[in-house]
Structures are given as structure tokens and as C-alpha cells.
Design a protein around this ligand. Structure first.
Ligand SMILES: *[C@@H]1O[C@H](CO)[C@@H](O)[C@H](O)[C@H]1NC(C)=O
Ligand SMILES: *[C@@H]1O[C@H](CO)[C@@H](O)[C@H](O)[C@H]1NC(C)=O
Length: 359
């Protein structure tokens, strides 16, 4: 008990310090080449960037400089969101896009011939009286944002957020769960660090004994061999999954009002790369290429509706690793395609102990 309280305290202290330590720049620094050079050195120190060759450093400086200009220019505009110089500040948008948002989820789905959950059932279809806002983070159903590192396994992170959520809701216990197990073991339809989708991952968990904890099967950021010895003791069981009816914002709200939901977005835009805070309504298409999860929704005091989306680019990106994405826009596909592919795990039991016939 005391140990738990202590860990919680140090975690929240860490989060507070994290906010204080976020990287800021002064407008003065942008007024001269020397100023930007100084800013670059400061940014490198802040992010503990390894030493590189002089040529590479020079090239990276030019990319950095152009990104600084983009961030600064955008922040001067009257947009409902702000950008910041985060850890992606020396990546061109092309490089960023290739590494962090290249799952081409729809395309992948077609290639693999993956079908939607064939049941027409949507367990939340008759939900009424939707709350005006819900945030599963405040209901102890969402772990702090994780970091996929340079591994394109967003699909595993998206899957895990939804399983962590429904497990916390059903059992009352929030446990951080293993993306690595999915990367190493669900290799039939998904592609480890080279992309994948969430539906087959749910099917895999429902049919292969469940999901290990993060502690027992920790993240390495690389695809490895499936290690059954790590999928022991505590595993989290689910029964299956359901798709939310496609392109139906109200249906997504019904689902999100009941549990965190896996989703996909087009995440490779230049503004999305540097998103810092606010409601994102920047330039993006609907060709979804990145798995995320919707963990709530709400409305700003100014009346702007948003989804609360958990990303997997670490806590430094966005609002402690989360992003608020415009909800209720004019595009039926949703902002950045967020209405295109939403699904969630079904878990009926309030415990994770298999019943006798499952043993
Ligand atoms: C989906 O449902 C239809 C009609 O019930 C059935 O004919 C078809 O085989 C099902 N497909 C899958 C993949 O279960
Ligand atoms: C929703 O209500 C309709 C009409 O009462 C019923 O036929 C349907 O089974 C309900 N759906 C669910 C998921 O409970």
C-alpha cells in the first residue's frame, strides 16, 4: 500500500517536472543565424542528441531551422492548436512520415483481405443520454502515454490502450499491458515494427490466452521471437471485438462513452509532427496511416468539440502524449479520418481467471 502510494507520488512528480522541463524558445533567438545556432545547441542538449559528423550536423541544422520557422509561423496564426519544437525537430516531414506514420492501415487491410467483424452487432447501438464529455484518464482507465520509438507498431499500442481500458473498467484495476507480446507473437496478419492493424490483434488475444503485462513482457522497440515464458501468471482475457459502424460519429461517441476505443488517423502532416496543445484541426487527409486510441471526448469553453486521443510518441509530444482532435467537423470521414476505422475489445468477465472449460 505504502509502496504503491510512493510510486504514484514519484510518478506524478515526474510528470510535473516533465511539464516544467519542456523545451521552449525565445523569439529573440530567431532573429539571427547565431541565435538559431544557439537554439539548435540548446535543443540538442535538451534531447541528448548523439554526436554526429560535421556534415550531418550541418544538414540537420538546416532541417531544424526550417522546422523552427514552420513552428513559429504557425503559432503566430490564430489556430485552436499550438506547435512546439519536440524531439522530431531535426526530421524532415518526409523522414518523420516514413518512420512514424506509415502503416497505411486501410491499404494493409485490403492487402491482407481482412474482414470487418462479420457480426452486424454493435453492443452500444441503443445507448442513449450520452454524457456531454468523458475522459477515461480521470477514471483510472488509461496508463500514461508510451513511446513506440523507431518501430512502426502503432497498431499494437492502439490495441493495448483499448484492452487496458476495458480491463480497468471491468476489473477495477489499471494494469499496463504488453505491446511487445503482440509484436513478437501476432505475426500471422500483422507485421511487427513494419505496421499492422488492430482487429486481428484482438482476435489473436481472444483466441490465444490473453495479453501479458508490460512488466512481464516489456517493450524493446524491435521485433523478437515470441516468448511464451513471458505470457504467464497474470494475463488479461478478452472475449473478442466489435467494429463501430463506419463513418458514424454518434456511434463512436456511444462506444467511447463506454470504453476507450482503437482508431486510426492520418498522422503524417507537418503540423501534426509538431503538435503541442489545443484542438488539432490542421492540414491532414483521411488516408489513415497511424493507429491511436480515443479515450474520451469533450467541448472547449469556446465551444470547439474534440476527441481525446492517446498517441504512442512518448509524453513529450502533444499534451503529455495525448492530442485533442476536432470532432463534429464537416467531413463525414472525420478530422484526419478518425471516423474511418474504430473498434474495441469485448470483455464480459470481471476477472481474468479462465473458467474451467478454458483451462
Ligand atoms: C459473414 O456473414 C455471412 C452471412 O452470415 C456469411 O455468409 C459469411 O461466411 C461470413 N463471413 C465470415 C468471414 O465469417
Ligand atoms: C437495440 O434495440 C432494438 C429494439 O429494441 C433491439 O432489437 C436490439 O437487439 C437492441 N440492440 C442491442 C445491441 O441490444
Amino acid at each position: 500500500m505504502e509502496i504503491k502510494v510512493f510510486i504514484l507520488l514519484s510518478l506524478s512528480l515526474g510528470l510535473i517536472l516533465g511539464i516544467v522541463e519542456s523545451f521552449e524558445y525565445d523569439e529573440e533567438e530567431l532573429k539571427s543565424e547565431e541565435g538559431v545556432q544557439g537554439l539548435y545547441e540548446r535543443w540538442r542538449n535538451h534531447h541528448n542528441v548523439e554526436e554526429v559528423s560535421q556534415d550531418e550536423k550541418c544538414h540537420r541544422f538546416n532541417v531544424f531551422k526550417s522546422n523552427v520557422e514552420h513552428v513559429h509561423k504557425t503559432n503566430k496564426m490564430n489556430k485552436p492548436y499550438k506547435l512546439k519544437l519536440n524531439k522530431f525537430a531535426t526530421l524532415t516531414n518526409h523522414e518523420f512520415s516514413n518512420t512514424y506514420a506509415s502503416s497505411k492501415i486501410k491499404h494493409f487491410q485490403k492487402l491482407q483481405g481482412i474482414e470487418k467483424s462479420n457480426s452486424s452487432s454493435f453492443m452500444y447501438e441503443n445507448v442513449s443520454n450520452l454524457p456531454p464529455a468523458i475522459d477515461w484518464r480521470t477514471r483510472n482507465a488509461v496508463t500514461p502515454a508510451k513511446d513506440q520509438l523507431r518501430c512502426g507498431a502503432c497498431w499494437a499500442f492502439s490495441t493495448v490502450v483499448a484492452v487496458e481500458g476495458i480491463n480497468a473498467i471491468r476489473t477495477g484495476e489499471l494494469v499496463s499491458l504488453s505491446e511487445q507480446q503482440l509484436i513478437d507473437c501476432e505475426t500471422e496478419t500483422n507485421n511487427g515494427c513494419s505496421g499492422g492493424i488492430m482487429e486481428p490483434a484482438f482476435v489473436f488475444l481472444a483466441t490465444h490466452g490473453g495479453l501479458a503485462t508490460e512488466e512481464n513482457y516489456p517493450y524493446t522497440g524491435r521485433r523478437g521471437l515470441c516468448d511464451p515464458s513471458k505470457i504467464v501468471k497474470k494475463t488479461i482475457k478478452i472475449n473478442g471485438f466489435e467494429d463501430v459502424p463506419e463513418l458514424n460519429e454518434e456511434a463512436i461517441m456511444k462506444a467511447v462513452a463506454n470504453q476507450p476505443v482503437s482508431a486510426a488517423i492520418e498522422a503524417n502532416g507537418h503540423d501534426f509532427q509538431f503538435y503541442s496543445s489545443g484542438v488539432f484541426n490542421g492540414k491532414c487527409g483521411v488516408d489513415v496511416n497511424h493507429g491511436v486510441a480515443i479515450v474520451g471526448y469533450g467541448v472547449t469553453p469556446e465551444g470547439i468539440k474534440y476527441w481525446i486521443v492517446k498517441n504512442s510518441w512518448g509524453p513529450e509530444w502533444g499534451e503529455d502524449g495525448f492530442v485533442r482532435v476536432l470532432r463534429g467537423g464537416t467531413n463525414v470521414m472525420g478530422m484526419c479520418g478518425i471516423n474511418v476505422l474504430t473498434c474495441y475489445p469485448v470483455k464480459t468477465s470481471t476477472s481474468n481467471i479462465p473458467s474451467n472449460h478454458e483451462l
